[in-house]
Ligand binder design. Structure first.
Ligand code: MN
Ligand code: MN
Length: 297
C-alpha cells in the first residue's frame, strides 16, 4: 500500500520549518521563543506539532521542552539540539538538528550528521535494524565519538511517535527488519570519548502523554482527561499547551494524580551519564526496494 499522502506533506513542512529555524538561532535566543516559533510555523503551514518542540542544551540529550517562564537562552559555548515533530491527521514525521556555538564541539556536530547519512545509506526494505546501528556505530568510531547506546530510532505509526520497533545506534544481533510501506525515525546521538555513551534520567519531567482512559472518580479530573484526549490523543504534550485548563498549581496536581493512576506517563529529561555534551541528528524515512525515501529531507 502506498504511504499516506499526509506523510509527504508533513515531511515537506518539517523540512521547511527546520531550515528556517536553523538560521534564526543565535547567541541570546530564548529557548521558549525558538520552541514557539517552531510550533507556530508548523501550524501556519496547515499541520500540527506531533509533540512539544524539544530544545536540549549541552549534556541534556532529550526530553526537555522550554516552559512558559523559561529563562534559558543560547549562550556562547552551548551545543543546541532542536527536535520537533509534525503531524497531519495523525501521520507523524520527526526531525532534529544540532547547532554548535562552541568550536570544541563543531566536529561532533558534523560527525552526527555523517552518522545519520551513513545510516540512511544502508536502509532499504528488509534491512535488519541492527545493521543500521552498525553503520551508525562504525561512523561514530571512525570519527572519534561514541554513539549513545540507550537512545534509538523508532518505528512511527498513526498517532504514535514511538511504535514498537527500535533502531539502535550500535550493532545489535537478532533485530527485526525494516519493512516496505512503514515509517521510521533514524536518530543517531553522539558524545565525546570521555562520555559514558549512555543517558540517565535528569532532575525534571515536563513532557507527558495519555496511556489509558478510565473514570477517575473526580469530575474535574475526568473533564481534564477528556480534554487531553481531544487535543492530543496519545501524542506528547507539555504544560504550556494546556495553560488554559487551569492555574499552574492545579495543572501540576492534576498531572501528578493522572500519572499515579497510570492514565498519563511522563518522559523525564535525559542527560549524558558523565555530563558530556551530546549532539543529535534525525530524519524520518520510509524504505523502498533499493534504498530509502527521506520524508524530512
Ligand atoms: Mn525527534
Ligand atoms: Mn524520534
Amino acid at each position: 500500500m502506498p504511504l499516506a499522502e499526509e506523510y509527504f506533506k508533513a515531511g515537506k513542512i518539517a523540512s521547511e520549518v527546520r531550515e528556517r529555524v536553523k538560521k534564526s538561532i543565535n547567541i541570546g535566543s530564548k529557548l521558549i521563543d525558538i520552541a514557539e516559533a517552531v510550533e507556530q510555523s508548523v501550524v501556519s503551514r496547515g499541520a500540527q506539532p506531533a509533540f512539544p518542540c524539544n530544545i536540549c542544551l549541552n549534556s541534556v540529550a532529550a526530553h526537555y521542552t522550554p516552559q512558559i517562564n523559561d529563562d534559558l537562552k543560547v549562550r556562547e559555548g552551548d551545543v543546541v539540539k532542536v527536535d520537533f515533530g509534525v503531524h497531519i491527521n495523525g501521520y507523524i514525521v520527526d526531525t532534529a538538528f544540532t547547532l554548535s556555538f562552541n568550536v570544541k564541539y563543531d566536529a561532533m556536530v558534523r560527525a552526527v550528521e555523517v552518522m545519520l547519512q551513513e545510516a540512511l545509506k544502508v536502509i532499504k526494505a528488509d534491512v535488519k535494524a541492527g545493521e543500521v546501528g552498525r553503520a551508525v556505530q562504525t561512523a561514530a568510531q571512525r570519527l572519534g565519538f561514541k554513539p549513545i547506546v540507550n537512545l534509538s530510532g523508532h518505528a512511527i505509526a498513526p498517532y504514535a511517535v514511538h511504535a514498537g520497533l527500535s533502531i539502535p545506534n550500535t550493532y545489535t544481533a537478532g533485530t527485526p527488519s525494516l519493512k516496505l510501506g512503514q515509517v521510521y525515525a533514524i536518530e543517531p546521538f553522539a558524545t565525546t570519548q570521555k562520555g559514558a555513551g549512555v543517558v540517565v534520567n535528569g532532575p525534571s519531567t515536563n513532557i507527558f502523554s495519555l496511556v489509558a482512559r478510565k473514570p477517575l472518580g473526580d469530575s474535574s479530573l475526568n473533564l481534564f482527561a477528556d480534554e487531553l484526549w481531544s487535543r492530543f490523543r496519545t501524542l506528547p504534550f507539555t504544560y504550556r499547551q494546556i495553560r488554559d485548563l487551569g492555574d499552574a498549581a492545579w495543572l501540576e496536581h492534576a498531572v501528578k494524580t493522572l500519572i499515579q493512576k497510570r492514565v498519563l506517563r511522563g518522559y523525564p529529561m535525559l542527560v549524558e551519564a558523565r555530563s558530556e555534551f551530546v549532539a543529535q541528528a534525525e530524519h524520518t524515512v520510509t524504505p523502498v526496494e533499493n534504498g530509502v525515501v527521506v520524508l524530512t529531507e
